[in-house]
Structure formats: C-alpha cells, structure tokens
Design a protein around this ligand. Sequence first.
Ligand SMILES: *[C@@H]1O[C@H](CO)[C@@H](O)[C@H](O)[C@H]1NC(C)=O
Ligand SMILES: *[C@@H]1O[C@H](CO)[C@@H](O)[C@H](O)[C@H]1NC(C)=O
Ligand SMILES: *[C@@H]1O[C@H](CO)[C@@H](O)[C@H](O)[C@H]1NC(C)=O
Ligand SMILES: *[C@@H]1O[C@H](CO)[C@@H](O)[C@H](O)[C@H]1NC(C)=O
Ligand SMILES: *[C@@H]1O[C@H](CO)[C@@H](O)[C@H](O)[C@H]1NC(C)=O
Length: 467
Amino acid sequence: MFTGVLLPEMKIQGSPMYLHLGKMLGILIVGIVVLCVASVEVDTVVTRATPGLNSPSKLWWAKEITPDFHVAGRLTERQIKYASEAGFRSILSLFMYETDDYGSFGGEYLPTTAEAWAAAHMAGLQYVALIDGNADWASVDTIQKFADVLPALRRPILLHCDRGYTITFVTLMYMANQTRYNSSFEPKIYSEQFYKVTAAMGLDFTHDDLKEVVANVTGEEVVEKPPKHNCDPEEWLDFWLAHPVSKNWYVAGQIRQCHIKVLEATGFKAVVNMRLGLTDGDKPTQERVTLLNIKDGPSTYGNTSTPPRQDLSTLEHNKINSHHSTDYISVKSKLNFEIENPGEFGDDIGYNEEIEANHVRHTSSLKYYHIPVSPDTNFTSEMFQQVRDTLIEAGQNGPVLLHCGDGRRVAYFGVLAAAVQEGHDLQWALKRVQELGFEVSPDSRPDVYKMYCESLGESTTSRKEEL
Ligand SMILES: *[C@@H]1O[C@H](CO)[C@@H](O)[C@H](O)[C@H]1NC(C)=O
Ligand SMILES: *[C@@H]1O[C@H](CO)[C@@H](O)[C@H](O)[C@H]1NC(C)=O
Ligand SMILES: *[C@@H]1O[C@H](CO)[C@@H](O)[C@H](O)[C@H]1NC(C)=O
Ligand SMILES: *[C@@H]1O[C@H](CO)[C@@H](O)[C@H](O)[C@H]1NC(C)=O
Ligand SMILES: *[C@@H]1O[C@H](CO)[C@@H](O)[C@H](O)[C@H]1NC(C)=O
C-alpha cells in the first residue's frame, strides 16, 4: 500500500534528525502491513460474516450481500422455518407462485406463495411476494417495486427467487439506485462494484441487455468488458445452495437426500464429505443433525449429567421456541420439535455418514469420497498433505462439491485445494476464503493461516523479514 511511497523517502532522509522519524514511520508501516494481512481486499459488497446468521448448520446456503440482505433460491417449508430459527425476521420472494405453481427440488416439495406465507407466518416471519412470475424482472419497474416494499420489512431479510440469480440483480440494482440518488446510502454500488460482486458470487450478468439496464440504473457508461466468473459448469445455479470457490470447486454444508439427484443433473461428478464417520477407532464420533425447533448444540453423546442430544429430555431442554404448536413440525406430529432428521442422513443418534455414502453410491453416478476431519481441531499443513492427493483427484473428475456440516472445514480445505490445483498464491487464497465468509489471518485462525502459508510455499515470517 503506502510502503512503495514512503520507503524511498526514508532513504533520502537518512540524516540523524530524520532517523528517529524513519523508525517511527517504520513502526507505522509495520502496523499498516499487519492490518493489510488481517483484512484482505474482497470483491463482495461487505466483508462477509460466516454464512447462516446464528445457525450456520441450518442456513449455510444463505448468501450475504449486506448484513441485512441475504439471498437464496426457492425455499422449502423447512428452509423457511430454519430461516426464522437462524434469526431472519422477514422473507421477500421476488416471484409470486400461484396455486398450481408448486415446485420440486429433487423430489422435495416447494410451496406456493400462499403455503409459503402460512409457513412463514407460523414461524413468526413477515413474508411478501413481489411480482408476477411472467413480469420482466430486469426492469426499472421491478427495482422500483422492490424499493417500495423494503421499508415495511423487518431486518435481516432473506430475499429469494428461483435460483438466487434474479433477486441478486434486483437487490444490487436497488442499492445502485440508492447510491446514485441518496448520498448517505452505504455501502455504495457503482457499475464496477456490481460486476465484481456478482463475479465473486459466480453470477453472470454480462449479457448486453442486462448491461444496458445496469447503465440505466447507475447512470454510468455501459461497461464493455466486465469481469466474469470462471465457474464450471456455468449453469451450477441449478444447485443454487453451493458456494462456488473457483472453476470446478464448490463448497457446502450438510446436503440432503433429495440434493443428490439435483447435483447429478447439474453436472457435478463427485461429492467429498469431510464430516466425521460413525467411529474413529473405538471412539464413537457421530456429528449432529439439524432439527426443527431445536438448538444446534449440545454434543451428540451427552455426558455424565446430560443424556444424548436426541434423547427426549435433552430435546425438551433445547427447544428454541416452546410456544410453537405441534403443527409447526407437521399436522401429524405430537411434539413441537423434531427428534430425527432422516432427510439429512440422520439416525436416532445423529448424522450417519454410512447412510449418505450408501445413498450417493447406490442412487447416483457421483463419485463419493470420505475425508473425515474433526471440526474441533487446529489444522496443520501435515493434515493437508494427508488429504491433498485425494482432494486433487476428486477435483480432476470435473465439478466437485465438498461438504461438511456448516461449510467451514470445506471452505478452509476447498480454497486451499483449488489454490494448489490452479497455482494461485497465498493472497488469492486469503481473499477467496474471506469472500466465502471465513476470515483466515494470523489473528482469527492462526492454524489455518499457517497451513495456507506452508502449503502454498510462503513462510509465515517472510513478510516480517522483508521489513
Ligand atoms: C431511484 O431513486 C429515485 C430517487 O429516490 C427514484 O425516483 C427512482 O424511481 C428510483 N429508480 C428505481 C429504478 O428504483
Ligand atoms: C438514504 O439512505 C439512508 C441510509 O441508508 C436511509 O436511512 C434513507 O432512508 C435513504 N433515503 C431515501 C430517500 O431512500
Ligand atoms: C432507462 O429507464 C427509463 C425509465 O424507465 C426509460 O424510459 C429508458 O428508456 C431507459 N433507457 C434505457 C437505455 O434502457
Ligand atoms: C454436560 O453437557 C452439558 C450440555 O452440553 C453441559 O452444560 C454440562 O456442563 C456438561 N457437564 C459435564 C459434567 O461435562
Ligand atoms: C489450537 O491452538 C491454540 C493456539 O495455539 C491453542 O490455544 C488451542 O488449545 C489449540 N486447540 C486444540 C483443539 O488443539
């Protein structure tokens, strides 16, 4: 940053009187460099937080634009309820889905607007649907409608369309219009930011018609060659829940049974599961599943004073909202919380990796790799060395989805694997992992930072030595 400007001057001003100043500047520069390392420049609108507000394992697929606006694709009823449990306060659906316009995601039912409204209402969320499915979404009119309903919605808001594509456009165009006409609006979105942000999210708005709308809203020139993402497949959005890393690398939290078919149809070739299996030697190691109206903790097996997590008494104790009616779970439920989650490969103890492995192997052509990595450990470059070849092999089949429970482990390892395979440096890896919502720096995750430095051939101390 400033080093290029200040250092030569220090050499010129080498007289004793200035030496002291030089040292002070030196200290200042060290401070600046350390700051730069701690916060890399990102292409996202804001420095994103870990995806999923208060519950990353339930909402890892929500993509933050600003702390108040997160985007997604068309939601199931479970996802609507999870949105509430994770701390969202309203949902805006870009499209209205009429009574015959229900959908399916790999066989899982996607509710109509009336049904979605009812589910949101039961979960304590505000809910609005904005435009007719046939209306022109890429229009000044839609952006205007969006601006009109926003003041009435409690924040944070989960904004969605079918695949998280058009709603991202409308939201950013709203922000661009605010940037143009409202000087106190933050964060600012000009054409340049718009294209950087969307490329970082793996979204392509570089079609000529859309470029004109962008120019019209921003009041700037049409951008001739905007940056474009490098995602493979380009149509990865059919599985909109994934977070694209680079080219054929994608990361995710726990996927559901119904997702396997969608992944296959989207063009994925392999799934890498980094969650723990049933046991490690003699030690039982099942992780948790997500359960409706149940907090994410405590641990699977309990301890001397607390029974296992899916024991009725423990569940009773860990309800999120004790006032929900049993209808919140289903019309047939006798309880107002969930006990098991088979849709997420869960059994009566917790998450069962064997069920997922069997399901992927027997119902799809996807290659399945299991690379168990504990979430509660410090990562090292030795650990990466051990899994590196398998990851690279998985990445050579074509599009690959790495998943764990909440997307954290796979973000750390997936970005590193992509960097190694594609020959990127440390700065690229730090930027990309931050754009996914995970900060890696000497302060926030020194272990991961060290793993990155050592694996990408950069010494952790080289920066200090340069000075
Ligand atoms: C942009 O903002 C101005 C001023 O608030 C408003 O008059 C205009 O309708 C907005 N345009 C869009 C596309 O929302
Ligand atoms: C301008 O932006 C500020 C800050 O986001 C906001 O509070 C205010 O309501 C905006 N004004 C208009 C007219 O939209
Ligand atoms: C820009 O938007 C205005 C208002 O809707 C419209 O009249 C005009 O034709 C648009 N211009 C372009 C180039 O799209
Ligand atoms: C047992 O687990 C519960 C819930 O996680 C925790 O609050 C408690 O402190 C633990 N007790 C012991 C003895 O470890
Ligand atoms: C990880 O490393 C930190 C800092 O070196 C240490 O305090 C912590 O105990 C370690 N955690 C584990 C699980 O080893």
